[in-house]
Design a protein around this ligand. Structure first.
Ligand code: SF4
Ligand code: SF4
Length: 196
């Protein structure tokens, strides 16, 4: 049977009308920034202070795209008679994001919490060499790492926070004791002056 004249147009208009009433799913990027989930794998940030140059991340990276250079430094003994220690000092830490496949293995294996995912993704370059991010740039990404989710109300306090809290309490107690001792010494001095 030949098609009714105008039926195609009617079908097209029906589709247009139907989709007009539906919620749009098109992202208007870059005018509107996307709302990304907190665990988005955008770029990797380096918290250099935590890195002990153990090389585990570079060894486990399937793409061999983490470049680390370091040298050893001798640290004098903490107390007289103690032994000198040697420690690794980081000279270079770079990730080549043109090779990285965003598997997250480096972040998983780092035993010292020095690597973190950031949801930032706007770092496309016209020169592929620019996709090798050196330590300064990797550090800058740390500012874009989202806060970790809150702990469960009855969860055990993390060791680092417990240690920091105890250190603050100890310093506060020491400062209070010193202030009290100074006040007592001042009061004694004034008493002696009055007796004279
Ligand atoms: S995310 Fe995977 S590929 Fe990328 S640097 Fe880390 S281990 Fe290598
Ligand atoms: S695994 Fe962690 S601590 Fe070890 S070199 Fe890599 S970033 Fe540094």
């Amino acid at each position: 049977m030949p098609p009714i004249p105008g039926s195609g147009l009617a079908k097209g208009l029906a589709v247009t009308l139907r989709t007009m009433t539906r919620k749009t799913v098109t992202a208007q990027y870059p005018d509107v920034q996307p709302e990304l989930p907190p665990r988005t794998r955008g770029v990797i940030g380096l918290f250099e202070e935590n890195c002990t140059v153990c090389m585990l991340c570079a060894r486990e990276c399937p793409d061999w795209c983490i470049y680390i250079d370091s040298h050893k430094e001798t640290v004098p003994p903490a107390a007289p008679g103690g032994r000198e220690r040697s420690r690794n000092v980081l000279d270079r830490f770079a990730i080549d994001f043109s090779l990285c496949m965003y598997c997250g293995i480096c972040i998983e294996v780092c035993p010292f919490d020095a690597l973190f995912w950031s949801p930032e993704f706007e770092y496309a370059e016209t020169d592929i060499h620019e996709l090798t991010h050196e330590r300064d740039k990797l550090r800058e990404w740390m500012w874009t790492v989202p806060e970790p989710p809150a702990l469960d109300p009855h969860a055990e306090e993390p060791k680092e926070i417990a240690a920091a809290r105890k250190a603050v309490e100890k310093a506060a107690a020491q400062a209070a004791a010193e202030a009290q001792a100074a006040a007592q010494a001042q009061a004694q001095g004034e008493a002696q002056e009055d007796q004279q």
